[in-house]
Write a protein that binds this ligand. Sequence first.
Ligand code: ADP
Ligand code: MG
Length: 700
Amino acid sequence: MSNFSADKISSVLSLKGVGPRVAEKLSKLGIETIHDVLFHLPYRYEDRTKIVAIGALRPGMSAVVEGYVEYTEVAFTRKGKNRRMLLCHLSDGTGSLLMRFFHFNKQQQERLSKGVRLRCYGDVRFGSTSVEIIHPETQIISDLETQLEDSLTPLYPSSEGVHQSLLRKISLQAVNFLEAGNYLQELLPDNILEKYKMPLLSDAIRYLHRPPPEADQSSLASGQHPAMQRLAFEELLAQHLSLLLIRNQVNKQNSIVIHSENKIISDFIDCLPYRLTDAQHRVIDIILKDLENTKPMMRLVQGDVGSGKTVVAAISCLKAIEAGYQAVMMAPTEILAEQHYQSFTSWFQSLGINVVWLSGKIKGKAREHVLEQIDSGQAKMVIGTHALFQKDVNFKSLALIVIDEQHRFGVHQRLALREKGVQGKNTPHQLIMTATPIPRSLAMTAYADLDYSVIDELPPGRTVIKTAVLSDDKRAEVIESVRKSSKDGNQIYWVCTLIEESEAIQCQAAEDACVLLQALLPELKVGLVHGRMHVKDKQQTMQLFKEGAIDLLVATTVIEVGLDVPNATLMIIENAERLGLAQLHQLRGRVGRGSDASHCLLMYKKPLGEQAKQRLSIMREYNSGFDIARKDLELRGPGEVLGTRQTGEMEFRIADILRDEYMIDDVKKVAMEMLSNHSERVPLIIRRWLGKSDKYGEVG
Ligand code: ADP
Ligand code: MG
């Protein structure tokens, strides 16, 4: 019925000048098809469309010059040094230009003889007597080949063994394909192109590969040229559409409708030692409504470190449990799961709710026993690490899955988890909690398959954490602050960060630090936790720290997320310059959880690079995760933020979240219109932009 078909995909082998060996080199650049060639865009252009008079040359310009060779000589770079160079003086009546060659042969030398008419291209710089160009490209002008380029010359991202001339040759052929026929079908409807004044895709691509001489080079370089924006728009649209389709699929599934009076919930809230914040109330109300829906809830709750997400999770679980179902909460680390187990037990025991705990390290009889309780439905609340979801774990009536601190997972992991949770015909509701600040634009693109709520308020009485940055030769002073803080009745974290790649070495470093600190601070009780310790020992140490029986806890980054010891008010982070801002923010969030003033000391090793310096000062100046993420984004660009690069979640070919944020509202509107009026084009757009990645699965 429709006239739309997928983009033609033909191998680069069908291009002139590309044989198997060249094709292999191109594939290293991600170029395998003509389609790839078209989307492999220049990063810069050279203007070889006009000849510049030598008298008008200025240092910093790249220019084509034409003139006659006045004379050519061989000189030596410096007295006594036997390094030869070829100097060729060119003049065009308006001035004289020196061309300097360090690598040359006899032939070249003879070619550049007096009186020859020459065209050259290169970067102009100051010389000692005149302007000069080092190693220009040169061409002797015969009457046959005197044509100048008629468009700007593209420079492509390249890699070893792939010359610009090859990339230019194949891009020209690919652009000619575009010209000849409908190689790339226009998938945006006319009314949308008109409304947003966008050029056709093929026109935009052709423009970017061969811009006319008068093109605005600065807007091309910054990506703000309408041709670039046209591509970025379509890419963002494709990304958004793919997540909406995932979303639609989830909506086709059924879930358990959880009816309950919420009686236990209101009693529970009344018994809490504090009042919930308005933000907590708001998010809880939304979740409780979601759970009464026939469609599975898919909700992401973002709340800065310390905003009180755990109690929100507990209340959500209570709803499922009150209606007779099971709920599970998963945490990324053993330590955090153990802490949740303790909180939930203390909250739920008096309500007669059986809480069990399961981790990868629980084995044998103990494990069997827990599995039995889960299987029989006796265990209403199950807490554990991700190891929880193994084949042998069967729930009797699972209605809600809570995933805590899920900031390290991308779209594909979310999908996999959802699959595993399916129980018979019903997909359980899912609640994902993260402290990772997600700018609105990222939330829209990276999490469009989820609903999204923010706990945008901290419990009252929290004080700003004062952060200082100091070099590690101030260690003696730092030790003194630890001594003083402990004397005042506070507890302290000392974090040894990953200096070496190996976990073993990191743990060793923490062990050494522990011994050293104990020697320097004999009056303090010093404890140690790291990833290689036995679960039992870890638990015991954490428990002692919680109870206040340990004053100073030396730890690796295993304590990064979630831990909650309100009396800990000082944190020292060693080698802070090695950590990303998101991780520093998480770590620092272990203090400032009570109403006492808290401090964080970021220690670094000299010398401190410019980037690292800027990052640490962001930590000093800002306390809110949102502000830090925003600054991070500015400093590093979106691909690097939030660790999304590792998950491959946010890799755009053309779009740039910061630069293109303004178009996101339009992208959303157009996506809706495409889905309702042009649905046959939707899978084609997605395939065009995301076709290579398998993470979106079947989109059709
Ligand atoms: P996070 O959002 O980082 O997971 P937690 O759930 O661990 O935060 O809560 C941090 C601390 O704040 C805990 O000690 C918790 O008991 C406390 N808390 C949570 N909600 C409130 C509230 N409304 N008022 C006061 N304290 C609260
Ligand atoms: Mg938490």
